[in-house]
Design a protein around this ligand. Structure first.
Ligand code: MTE
Ligand code: MO
Length: 208
């Protein structure tokens, strides 16, 4: 297929997306899978990697890689929307649904926010209701294969209903909190909620 055909096809899909109300305002469609990472990719060692939950939970716990991939999984096909204005339709993921995951340790009623902590200190925050949506997962497979390092290996969160910066790559811990703790981009100019359907791209910088 020529580049021109490819472009035409994408444009056509984009128009369809708009008419189906599937493409949020200000977004364009891509068939590629762009990579957006602040900083380097961490090195993944399955022998030492772990994933931890802490804060307002009944029981603080952690999982090794072997323990984590033994948990029951689900598959989700969803659209993703990046605040830098690309969207991608029909992305296919496999992982542990957040709703199922919390049953393993019990979330206290005092939890109002969930903060994802990643290697090298990237964090992102969401109200617990946003995490409880039925399409939120801790994913480790994209398109049937283990996640690529560029896309967050070994495990990332997937929160399809928010801009993609809320889907934390290189996840190492989830913090359950009674108070909100704006994350890396939320403290650096992005909106605290990041709902693409409300075009919540930018927030106020702290101190302005
Ligand atoms: N740990 C970590 N997670 C991250 C980021 C990051 O820099 N570090 N970038 C975020 C941003 S801004 C986006 S758009 C998506 C990009 O995911 P992708 O590279 O798989 O497309 O990851 C998000 N999660
Ligand atoms: Mo992003």
């Amino acid at each position: 297929m020529s580049l021109f055909d490819d472009l035409l096809k994408r444009r056509q899909r984009e128009e369809e997306g708009k008419s189906e109300n599937r493409l949020p305002a200000g977004q364009s469609l891509t068939n590629k899978f762009p990579v957006l990472t602040y900083g380097p990719n961490p090195k993944f060692d399955p022998a030492t990697w772990d994933l931890r939950v802490f804060g307002e939970v009944e029981k603080e716990m952690s999982w090794s890689w072997a323990e984590f991939i033994a948990l029951p999984t689900a598959t989700i096909t969803c659209d993703i929307h990046c605040v830098t204005r690309w969207s991608k339709f029909d992305t296919a993921w496999e992982g542990v649904l957040f709703r199922d995951f919390i049953k393993l340790f019990g979330m206290k009623d005092t939890t109002k926010f969930v903060i994802a902590h990643c290697d090298y200190g990237y964090t992102t925050n969401l109200p617990v209701e946003a995490m409880m949506e039925d399409d939120v997962m801790l994913t480790y497979k994209y398109d049937g294969k283990l996640l690529e390092p560029d896309h967050g290996a070994p495990v990332r969160t997937l929160v399809p209903k928010r801009y993609f910066w809320k889907s934390a790559k290189f996840l190492r811990a989830l913090e359950f909190s009674a108070v909100d703790k704006p994350g890396f981009w939320e403290r650096n100019g992005y909106h605290n909620d990041g709902d693409p359907w409300k075009e919540e791209r930018y927030g106020r910088r702290w101190g302005f």
